[in-house]
Design a protein around this ligand. Structure first.
Ligand SMILES: *[C@@H]1O[C@H](CO)[C@@H](O)[C@H](O)[C@H]1NC(C)=O
Length: 216
């Protein structure tokens, strides 16, 4: 294995670690119907020592599953560490939704910290307040969508989930409209957009029978 590959693997590993270190601070209480998504929880260190190959080389099924999303690499990198056994498309979608939730919780935490920090620019506070409520709504939306998915209701899950993208952009717009300040979490906001967009693309292909994994 070349050192370039090693480096790439290290970067991928670090980014998945970053995603997973920002915990869901208020995970919904597991109900029977939503338990599936939480059974994907795995200790990242265990993954590292046991399954280095599968972690960093997404299976051909995962690559194929992700290929029609806007960010196929991000899609397969976020799913692969949690999908080491048999490929399961619904579980893969739930993992991508959970990754979106985790990323939005990360942004929520940044917003809360900025709002409590006395050094935060006064001109940014209005936008931060707007973002705080948008991200609260995003977290609830993703949880509701997972719930709908567990009830086999992909169509409603799709429509529900689409507000993740509009809420994310409402937050960004709030900063665009605030003179003299820029969004302090541009990359993390982009992450929510990309992960959320991946979920929508996957659901879209499910609903429209374009994803071979969902053909019945
Ligand atoms: C989401 O965060 C939780 C808590 O840190 C973690 O256990 C889980 O693996 C993460 N899920 C994904 C898909 O990254």
């Amino acid at each position: 294995m070349g050192s370039e590959q090693n480096l790439l693997f290290a970067v991928v590993f670090l980014s998945s670690l970053l995603l997973s270190t920002h915990a869901i601070t208020d995970a919904p209480s597991p109900s029977p119907s939503s338990s599936q998504i939480f059974s994907t929880e795995t200790n990242i260190l265990t993954i590292k020592s046991n399954t280095v190959n599968t972690l960093f080389k997404p299976s051909s099924e995962i690559l194929d599953f992700c290929k029609d999303t806007e960010n196929p690499t991000l899609c397969s990198e976020t799913i692969a560490p949690f999908m080491q056994d048999m490929f399961d498309p619904i579980k893969a979608l739930e993992i991508e939704m959970e990754a979106t939730l985790n990323q939005s919780m990360k942004v929520s935490n940044i917003i809360s910290e900025a709002l409590t920090n006395p050094n935060t620019d006064r001109r940014a506070r209005g936008a931060l307040d707007i973002c705080k409520s948008q991200y609260k709504s995003i977290a609830q939306t993703v949880k509701d969508a997972v719930e709908l998915l567990n009830q086999q209701n992909v169509v409603d899950a799709y429509y529900k989930f689409s507000s993740v993208i509009s809420d994310q952009s409402t937050c960004e717009d709030a900063f665009v409209e605030s003179r003299g300040v820029t969004i302090p979490f541009a990359d993390d906001s982009l992450g929510v957009f990309q992960l959320g967009g991946n979920c929508l693309a996957i659901m879209d292909s499910m609903v429209n029978n374009r994803n071979r994994y969902f053909l019945v």
